[in-house]
Write a protein that binds this ligand. Structure first.
Ligand code: GTB
Length: 215
């Protein structure tokens, strides 16, 4: 049984690991499942063959036998459910880890994506400089709350889980903004995630595809 995921033929981030296939690669590396990657161009993502798998014409997708999935959260959850290593056995602890996955995607990531959009796509607008502090403060608000909850703990709720995988992945998108540096415990938390051998393997695998070539 071969697991096949999709990723950008060439990620716009040039190999920084910020495209969402890295989250899926990381989950598969954590549970020790081999996988293959089908690289897709922006054009191919909007073609019928890919749209049959992903109705919104995006990456990543996940195929395993007759199962086809899209949405990174659903894919990571599926991997975590089917294999040992990303969710605790205890039912309540498992529910808490799943809650953190949702919190990462539904509560922490939205203001971060708003900031990314403001920085990349709206910086040339006349109102951009006026709006930016509001957008940054919404991110700071969430980071402050998360920072207080994490405190001195290593991970969000006991042992490393799919909740941490998702939260670290979401926070990584903030690195370029410098905002993460305002919360030393969150910076250290993200660094712990990046130091995991499974993350390193996932990162290196996407870098091998996306590394900018000289010349
Ligand atoms: N909700 C979906 C999920 O979680 O799977 C969102 C999927 C998604 O946003 N996919 C993006 C995509 O396919 C790639 S990951 N975009 C192409 C399109 O919509 O046509 C988002 C992403 C893209 C680029 C960077 N980057 O360059 O830093 C980071 C993250």
């Amino acid at each position: 049984m071969t697991i096949v995921i999709t990723a950008f033929e060439r990620s716009p981030d040039g190999g920084k690991g910020l495209a969402r296939d890295t989250r899926v690669r990381w989950a598969l590396e954590e549970v020790g499942q081999p996988y293959e990657v089908r690289l897709v161009s922006f054009g191919a993502m909007k073609e019928p063959a890919h749209l049959a798998l992903h109705p919104f014409g995006q990456i990543p997708t996940y195929e395993e036998r007759d199962l086809g999935l899209f949405e990174t959260g659903a894919i990571v959850f599926h991997i975590a459910e089917r294999h040992t290593g990303l969710l605790p056995d205890d039912a309540n602890a498992r529910a808490c880890a799943i809650t953190w996955m949702f919190a990462a995607l539904n509560t922490v990531e939205p203001p971060i994506l708003e900031l990314v959009t403001a920085r990349i796509f709206e910086s040339d607008k006349s109102w951009s400089a006026q709006r930016m502090p509001l957008v940054e403060d919404r991110v700071r608000n969430r980071l402050g709350q998360l920072s207080r909850r994490l405190g001195d703990a290593e991970w969000l709720d006991g042992a490393f889980s799919a909740g941490d995988l998702m939260m670290v992945s979401v926070l990584l998108r903030l690195r370029a903004s410098g905002l993460l540096d305002e919360y030393p415990n969150l910076s250290a938390y993200v660094a712990r995630g990046e130091a995991r051998p499974a993350y390193k393997r996932a990162y290196d695998a996407q870098l091998a595809v996306n590394k900018p070539t000289a010349g």
